[in-house]
Design a protein around this ligand. Sequence first.
Ligand code: NCD
Length: 306
Amino acid sequence: MRKHLLEAGDLDRADATLVLDTAAQIEAALAGREVKKLPTLRGRTVVNLFFEDSTRTRISFELAAKRLSADVINFSAKGSSVSKGESLKDTALTLEAMGSDAIVVRHPASGAPHRLAQWVKGSVVNAGDGTHEHPTQALLDAYTIRQRLGRLDGVRVVLVGDVLHSRVARSNVWLLHTLGAEVTVVAPPTLLPVGVGSWPVTVGYDLDAALPKADVVMMLRVQAERMNASFFPSAREYSRRYGLDARRMAALPDDAIVMHPGPMNRGMEIAAEVADSVRSTIVDQVGNGVTVRMAVLYLLLGGSPS
Ligand code: NCD
């Protein structure tokens, strides 16, 4: 694997499979252990540099680094010298001067992790940049699909909703394509990006038509905080056309699964009874996130297997 993980396109099929297989090995190594910790990254320092709100991604990276015995610094822009106007570059160089080996960065500007990677000597992991990419989310999603369905090749994945603002969608499209899945995106035309025609996906507007042929349906959060205009008439109308409720879920093939990266708008893009159903992998995705991020940090920082 390369030095950084900036976008899903950084990973070819062999790299991506290596991450998933390494995560599976870590899961097996930790299963049944009382102390869920490996000594692999002892003496290394991982900085979580978060300029945007996060619950699961930040905690997941923190746990992943700690379970590999690394020292972890959590930095959030709020309450730091960023509030005094310090730039991303100076912030990163400061952290590196204190000995960080890897920086995990979430930033509202698309491309910020790429800039960071030019300035620092250590590894950079993109934990979500604007509406661009969120590669570890796609990796944990792929891991979860493989765990539930036993394969990724030929799996039919339908991504539904706010594709326009979703870095999760972008990373999933590229990674799933690399891993041989067939991806369909379904959204109102206003929530599809201009360049979607060049993506390796089928585009649809009718959720009811897509569901009977799906092995995986991945619901995306309606990202109201990124909307500066009205993209659909009302929440009710959105939910009626693009929300996954129990009636729609019944149209899925028997073994199909329902995914959501979180945080969810229950009752908007996904009904509570769907989110809490046996088809839902939402809680598995969170658990797998820690294991997959352990695999990423391990492979990037080159620790030796224990
Ligand atoms: C996503 C994100 O922040 O991009 N959440 C996550 O990391 N699990 C998706 C979202 O905010 O809707």
